[in-house]
Design a protein around this ligand. Structure first.
Ligand code: 13P
Ligand code: MG
Ligand code: MG
Length: 377
């Protein structure tokens, strides 16, 4: 069968500031997913939150960008928004930037990651497993470094030295500043690893959109790489990307995929979307209550049965105590960075400051600068 995995996420409101959605909102989302499975729109579905973002993980047979699937997700987020409004929650409907879009949600606010593939549980995929990364309080390129290391560096993924992976992977990179459409470039690793790095170093402009096996052409990764700021024309909330990553066999194994997250690398985001802080791996359904909106990422793993069902059981990768040590290091890195407050690397550069008010302050002051009288031409 032809199977599509769609992960669509949005922040539509949260309790006591931007911490987490309410149980009522999550219950409504879970109920809607169960009904959609009952009606046959979805084969299966799973709902989780990371910080204030709700992610719908769905399998179905309708293909990528299907209007009915996207409309369903939009309706779930609209219902969540109504609850958030009713109970006075913060940021109700924050990521719903369009008025009732009829088709594809890309560009309408919610983050979308989708992969479509032949699902036979035979041949090179005798078992189909995937993981979903869900982040909060961080910019769209938060996965650039860890996914590059997992798919292009044998220091992190020894599996790259095995015959099914030794030809490497194709990286589809998107220029998120281009809002006229999805503007992408395909670059192959390892041949063009340095060019890939040259783009991916800029987490705010360039993001991994997809990663493909060069040997089999199969898609391994889809990321919701888009920049809300570029879509809305102003800061409305942080991008908080999601990613689908198929694993095992012809793709890296979960341990290879997740080991780069042990870095707790610095990403743009956190308070007012305008700072630089380490990305902390956390268990599923963690609220953001840490210092200065520390960026967080959670990871759910699933196996897919013959019919495309997967939600019967999930594995919570970052719930393992092994990640406690990483969390402690992330917190130490965060405290170090916060100790320099607004200075230099602790905040995003001027052009990337998400709260335009910061820029307004600076621009207003710049207008008042005067060349000293004795030096004027
Ligand atoms: P969210 O996008 O998660 O709502 O975060 C917004 C923010 O600015 C945090 O300070
Ligand atoms: Mg929010
Ligand atoms: Mg968020």
């Amino acid at each position: 069968m032809r199977l599509t995995l769609s992960v669509i996420k949005a922040d539509v409101g949260s309790i006591g500031g931007h911490t987490k959605p309410s149980h009522r909102m999550l219950d409504v989302a879970r109920q809607a997913v169960a009904e959609a499975v009952g009606k046959g729109l979805l084969v299966d579905g799973y709902v989780a939150h990371t910080g204030d973002d709700i992610a719908l993980v769905m399998s179905h047979g309708r293909g990528k960008g299907h209007p009915e699937i996207h409309k369903f997700a939009w309706n779930v987020f609209t219902k969540g928004t109504q609850i958030a409004k009713q109970f006075g929650l913060y940021g109700a409907g924050q990521d719903l930037l369009a008025d009732a879009p009829s088709g594809n949600l890309r560009g309408a606010g919610p983050g979308v990651a989708e992969i479509e593939f032949d699902h036979e549980l035979a041949g090179r995929r005798p078992a189909e497993s995937f993981l979903v990364l869900m982040a909060d309080k961080c910019g769209p390129g938060a996965y650039n470094l860890p996914l590059f290391l997992a798919f292009a560096d044998p220091m992190y993924c020894a599996g790259l030295m095995l015959p099914p992976m030794i030809k490497g992977f194709r990286f589809r990179i998107i220029d998120m500043d281009n809002t006229t459409g999805d503007s992408t470039i395909d670059l192959d690793a390892p041949d063009h690893a340095y060019e890939i790095a040259a783009l991916l170093r800029d987490n705010e402009r360039f993001g991994i959109d997809g990663i493909f096996s060069r040997t089999y052409g199969e898609q391994a990764v889809a990321v919701s790489a888009q920049r809300l700021h570029a879509i809305a024309g102003k800061y409305t909330g942080k991008d908080d990307p999601v990613a689908i990553v198929r694993n095992q066999g012809i793709f890296p194994a979960p341990e290879e995929l997740l080991s780069p997250f042990a870095k707790a690398h610095y990403v743009g985001g956190d308070a007012r979307g305008s700072h630089v802080m380490p990305l902390m791996p956390v268990p599923l359904n963690t609220a953001v209550t840490g210092m200065y909106c520390l960026p967080i990422v959670s990871c759910a793993g699933f196996s897919i049965d013959r019919d495309g069902r997967f939600a019967d059981a999930e594995i919570d990768f970052f719930a393992n105590p092994a990640w406690d040590e990483v969390r402690r290091r992330a917190q130490e890195k965060a405290i170090e960075m916060r100790s320099q407050g607004w200075s230099g690397a602790a905040m995003l550069p001027y052009a990337e400051l998400e709260y335009s008010g910061f820029r307004d302050t600076v621009t207003g002051l710049v207008k008042q600068f005067k060349v000293q009288a004795d030096q004027a031409a």
